[in-house]
Design a protein. Structure first.
Length: 246
């Protein structure tokens, strides 16, 4: 990735196609990717994805597939037909499910990057233990990330708190996408493990996902550009090992 805007994924967490289109038109090329998640996809369906792809935008489809291997494989293959660049599956689905997702993506005309979701950024150690996982959050993130890499996934999703350890574990050339990004002074909202854009990039993230601080701003285009500038500054001061390999 040669340009700082390619590290930015803007989350279109809105409920109508018109809202999403307005945000995209405002931000334009300041973001490398636009995320379509459960809220927008459920409200308006796959047509919004097709429209974004046709308009030349790269789409990160964040539906976090988690089901039996055959079902996930079928869903991944169908989603690949929309022309998305990246999509998520839950690493907790296990190696058989992850391998099925990777194989389904590879068989598509335009194979997307499969990202294994580790532990949601809203989780704390207490939440992880509540659902029966042993160890701390970081332990589980690293274990699930290793599972995803072994299954052939092209990257993982985690909070910035685990990025440095993940980069050391997974090596270079592997995508690490970090939600829970908040510029200095922004509210944490429902995120438990957050960081600033520059901190995420410096730690080794390949992409950052930013939603409300941009889409909820009075001027989304300006908010996006400020984050891109922060990314640029972080890259100039400390180029990450993952980026250096590209």
């Amino acid at each position: 990735m040669s340009s700082p805007h390619e590290h930015l994924i803007v989350a279109l967490d809105v409920s109508t196609a018109s809202e999403a289109t307005k945000i995209v038109q405002s931000i334009g090329e300041s973001a490398g990717f636009y995320k379509v998640g459960k809220q927008l996809f459920t409200a308006v369906g796959p047509e919004i994805v097709r429209d974004l792809v046709v308009s030349g935008k790269r789409v990160f489809l964040d539906l976090k597939f988690h089901d039996i291997p055959n079902t996930v494989a079928a869903a991944v293959y169908s989603a690949s037909g929309l022309g998305v660049s990246m999509m998520t599956v839950h690493a907790a689905g296990g190696s058989k499910m992850l391998k099925a997702a990777v194989e389904a993506a590879a068989s598509a005309t335009r194979p997307p990057l499969i990202l294994a979701v580790t532990v949601l950024t809203s989780f704390t150690d207490q939440d992880v233990q509540e659902i029966g996982f042993s160890g701390k959050t970081t332990d589980n993130v690293l274990r699930l990330a290793s599972l995803g890499q072994a299954a052939g996934c092209g990257g993982v999703v985690s909070s910035v708190a685990e990025v440095k350890a993940l980069r050391q574990l997974l090596g270079t050339g592997f995508a690490i996408v970090t939600p829970g990004i908040r510029p200095a002074g922004s509210a944490a909202g429902d995120q438990a493990r957050i960081a600033t854009p520059s901190a995420a990039i410096a730690a080794g993230a390949s992409h950052i996902v930013v939603g409300r601080p941009i889409t909820g701003a009075k001027n989304p285009a300006q908010a996006a550009q400020e984050i891109v500038s922060e990314i640029d500054s972080a890259l100039n001061h400390q180029q990450t090992p993952e980026l250096a390999s590209r």
